[in-house]
Design a protein around this ligand. Structure first.
Ligand code: ZN
Length: 110
């Protein structure tokens, strides 16, 4: 579908890739699945710039701007949590399309 393709393109500009869209049987709920495509080797510790390894996989559901009238749309983003091999601190990957301090996408917030 053209529309899903445009969402996929928009979101794939970030280090997240589009997987698929789940549509509820009644057609009123759409859930877009995305996953982080960051390579662990490319991630550095924000505290000491050390190398990191993945210490967990999480997902966060964000309210998104509905595209079709009378529907709800959410985005489920799978992201990583990392642990620094040098200073042992942990941190989560940023979800760049998440509006700060909310559980919404930026375009839903605006
Ligand atoms: Zn560190």
């Amino acid at each position: 579908m053209l529309f899903e393709q445009s969402i996929a393109n928009y979101l794939s500009l970030q280090p997240f890739e589009y997987i698929n869209t789940e549509i509820a049987e009644d057609g009123k709920h759409r859930l877009l699945h995305l996953k982080s495509s960051n390579e662990t080797e490319d991630v550095q510790c924000p505290f000491c710039n050390g190398q990191v390894h993945i210490c967990g996989n999480y997902s966060m559901r964000l309210r998104d701007m509905p595209v079709y009238p009378g529907t709800r749309q959410n985005v489920e983003a799978n992201y990583h949590r990392y642990r620094c091999q040098k200073c042992s601190r942990t941190f989560s990957e940023e979800i760049p399309f998440k509006y700060p301090q909310t559980r919404m996408t930026e375009r839903a917030a605006s």
